[in-house]
Design a protein around this ligand. Structure first.
Ligand SMILES: Cc1cc2nc3c(=O)[nH]c(=O)nc-3n(C[C@H](O)[C@H](O)[C@H](O)COP(=O)(O)OP(=O)(O)OC[C@H]3O[C@@H](n4cnc5c(N)ncnc54)[C@H](O)[C@@H]3O)c2cc1C
Length: 304
């Protein structure tokens, strides 16, 4: 029972007096992550900026660990859950709106909601987002992208908090690089991101999204739980290619399997646990290093 974990129990006492903030004990992380893996945790869902700031300040002052979760599509949650607080943005923090050619999305907004609004508003540039199962917060931090486009192409500015103050980073201040930004591994929280888009006919936008989806579903195992590409592409190093060349396509540790469709993905082929996925990642990393002298860098984040 997670509620009995030291930090979790302490956090409930501290957070329950904060308005506009829902607390749910013993929530399964397998339901909050696309890998469908993970034990239980205390889930805190602030629905306003001030509630989120109060939560962060209270947890920081008490030394209670927390993890800000988007849609959980780049994370592997531990089988034992999380001894701390999982924060997921809700309510107002999931809205998005358009102002001229700018689309302003709170960090909890899903990529689906953002792309639907962009289509309705006849704004192009965010089509790739529609094909990534994420929140705008996660995409902004990780500079997510596909098929030649990424967040750094469309981010105008980002509203952030450290729990005490609000401030804005311009695109340049985000120091974007491949699937990374200055915020990766930092404690700053994305509250909202302003996307600079361009007017285009709605049908063209929809066609672009359909084309990306068609291509993705041909090459990626979208029918099975996963967290996308497990390893980072670096320069000419394409992990999926190396994994396939090393004969690891289909390699399995209990329910965790290197996808037959895309060797860069590990899928949950049935009741996989986080230990199985970690073991498989370890096997792959060691084999690739032994065969090619290349140390693969993990892209997915462990929640532990
Ligand atoms: C089927 C599938 C296909 C995918 N395809 C792609 C693809 O084509 N391209 C691509 O780039 N990725 C892809 N991914 C990976 C994943 O969708 C992206 O990395 C995505 O941006 C993660 O967003 P998220 O909201 O789910 O973040 P999470 O997985 O919830 O979190 C990821 C990291 O971001 C941090 N974070 C989340 N929200 C905030 C916030 N508001 N403030 C501060 N930090 C925050 C978390 O703490 C964590 O460290 C795919 C994943 C799946 C499952």
């Amino acid at each position: 029972m997670v509620y009995n974990d030291y930090y979790t129990k302490k956090a409930v006492g501290i957070l329950q007096s904060i308005d506009n903030c829902r607390l749910d004990t013993d929530v399964s992380l397998s339901n909050l992550t696309t890998f469908s893996i993970g034990g239980n945790a205390l889930l805190c869902t602030p629905t306003t900026i001030s509630a989120l700031m109060r939560v962060i300040t209270a947890l920081s002052n008490s030394g209670i660990p927390y993890f800000v979760l988007g849609r959980g599509s780049n994370c592997l949650a531990d089988d034992d859950g999380y001894n701390g607080v999982i924060i997921k943005l809700g309510g107002q923090l999931c809205r998005c709106r358009v102002s001229g050619n700018m689309l302003i999305a709170y960090a909890g907004a899903t990529t689906g909601a953002v792309s639907n609004l962009a289509i309705r508003s006849g704004l192009s540039g965010a089509e790739f987002c529609a094909c990534i199962p994420a929140s705008i917060g996660g995409c902004t931090v990780l500079n997510s992208g596909c098929y030649g486009s990424q967040m750094s192409d469309i981010v105008d500015s980002t509203l952030l908090t450290d729990g005490k103050r609000l401030f804005t980073y311009t695109n340049a201040q985000m120091k974007y690089s491949y699937r990374s930004s200055v915020l990766k591994g930092d404690r700053l929280i994305v509250l909202a991101t302003k996307l600079k888009l361009s007017p285009a006919p709605r049908l063209d936008i929809q066609r672009k999204i359909s084309d990306i989806w068609a291509s993705k579903s041909k090459t990626q195992p979208l029918d099975l739980p996963s967290a996308g590409s497990v390893f980072m592409r670096e320069g000419n190093v394409i992990p999926a290619r190396l994994i396939e060349q090393a004969g690891l396509k289909g390699a399995t540790v209990f329910g965790a399997q290197v996808s037959y469709k895309h060797s860069g993905f590990i899928v949950n082929a049935g009741k996989a646990r986080s230990v199985d996925v970690k073991k498989l990642i370890d096997i792959i990393t060691k084999r690739i290093y032994a065969e090619y002298g290349i140390m693969l860098k993990r892209e997915i984040t462990y929640i532990e």
